[in-house]
Ligand binder design. Structure first.
Ligand SMILES: *Cc1c(COP(=O)(O)O)cnc(C)c1O
Length: 348
């Protein structure tokens, strides 16, 4: 089979959730499961997180929440970061989603279409992406607070840089906007959890750390991606490999052609920079990554492998991301639809 195998370790994900829940101190850890659990499969991963104890889930858009509700059942809260968009009322009501209202306009829409449905409020404390700005919130608070929002939240722009002055600045803004409200509060994603107690409030929102990515350095690795060898050949000095002749053999070389390419999320920027692994032994990618295929130099390996790992113990999502000039989030969410996916772990 030329189908690459993506193995997703559900026990590692739940272990990461427990570790981040412990790191959240007295705050309750929720779970961010947007973008299909960062590409890993919400239908499998979200129920595992529920079994581990997560009860507050966060998605980006209402349609994700609808599907999530079917996967995790009725006992959890599902919050929607983009709030109550035009056309969402049916989904919000049916799947009992909790929109995080981002503006006075969204608040009006929600109160008019679903006056008795729960909601939260997202506040902008400086990132300028989502949420009510302070003046808007001051206007709306007298209307919204008596209706008992389920959550007041904001999001940190620079939490992966612990010494960044933006962190205490946003913290101060969040406090000023929410102190004394008595409402459940949430400020921190993975990075904010690691900034310490002041940032934890009542609920934390870990995402990337659950899936094994930085800035949660102690995360258990979650994914392994094995690429089958389609062909193996000997290449003489002076011969080239792949589109554009971008690699030339400088010695007699053994070259494998691997099944997977940029159509599977292994982006072209990895060309000549990332590595694939046979156990502990690294083999460099050579030539350009193409749509369905890529090549690696296995001369030093001494045997003909059946497959090589591009993600695994030798190279995690952040190492692969570094090689490609991107971040682990993008590596995970780009993982392709063609992979055979195997879930391992008790929860699977
Ligand atoms: C994506 C997201 C999170 C999770 O962030 P991580 O860095 O993946 O932990 C939390 N809150 C909001 C608003 C988000 O958009």
């Amino acid at each position: 089979m030329a189908q690459a195998l993506l193995t997703i370790d559900l026990d590692a994900i739940t272990a990461n959730w427990r570790a981040l829940a412990a790191a959240s101190g007295t705050a309750e850890a929720g779970a961010v499961v947007k973008a299909n659990c960062y590409g890993l499969g919400a239908d499998k991963v979200a129920p595992a997180l529920f079994s581990a104890g997560a009860r507050r889930f966060f998605v980006a858009e209402a349609a994700e929440g609808t599907r999530l509700r079917r996967a995790i059942g009725d006992a959890a809260e599902i919050f929607v970061f983009t709030g109550h968009m035009h056309g969402d009322a049916g989904m919000i009501a049916e799947a009992r989603l909790i929109p995080l209202l981002n503006s006075a306009e969204q608040a009006r829409r929600h109160l008019e279409s679903l006056p008795d449905a729960p909601f939260g409020v997202q506040l902008d404390t400086g990132m300028n992406r989502l949420g009510m700005e302070e003046a808007e919130w001051r206007d709306m608070a007298p209307v919204l607070l008596p209706r008992a929002p389920r959550l007041l939240m904001s999001h940190l722009a620079c939490a992966d840089e612990p010494d960044h002055p933006m962190n205490p600045a946003q913290l101060a803004n969040f406090r000023r906007m929410t102190d004394g409200t008595g409402v459940t509060r949430s400020l921190s994603a993975t990075g904010g959890i690691l900034l310490g107690r002041d940032y934890h409030f009542d609920v934390t929102r870990p995402g990337i750390g659950l899936y094994g990515g930085a800035p949660f350095a102690e995360a258990a690795p979650v994914v392994r991606l094995s690429l089958p060898v389609v062909q193996i050949r000997d290449v003489a000095p002076g011969e080239t490999v792949g589109y554009g002749n971008r690699w030339t053999a400088s010695r007699p070389s053994r070259i494998v052609t691997l099944s997977s390419g940029y159509a599977d999320g292994l982006i072209r920027a990895m060309s000549g920079r990332a590595r694939v692994f046979a156990g502990d032994t690294a083999c460099p990618l050579v030539g350009r990554v193409s749509m369905d295929l890529m090549a690696a130099d296995v001369t030093n390996l001494g045997h003909a492998p059946e497959s090589l790992d591009i993600l695994g113990p030798g190279q995690g999502v952040d190492a692969l991301a570094d090689a490609a000039g991107t971040i682990g989030y993008e590596i995970l969410t780009a993982l392709g639809a063609r992979y055979a996916r195997r879930y391992k772990g008790a929860a699977g």
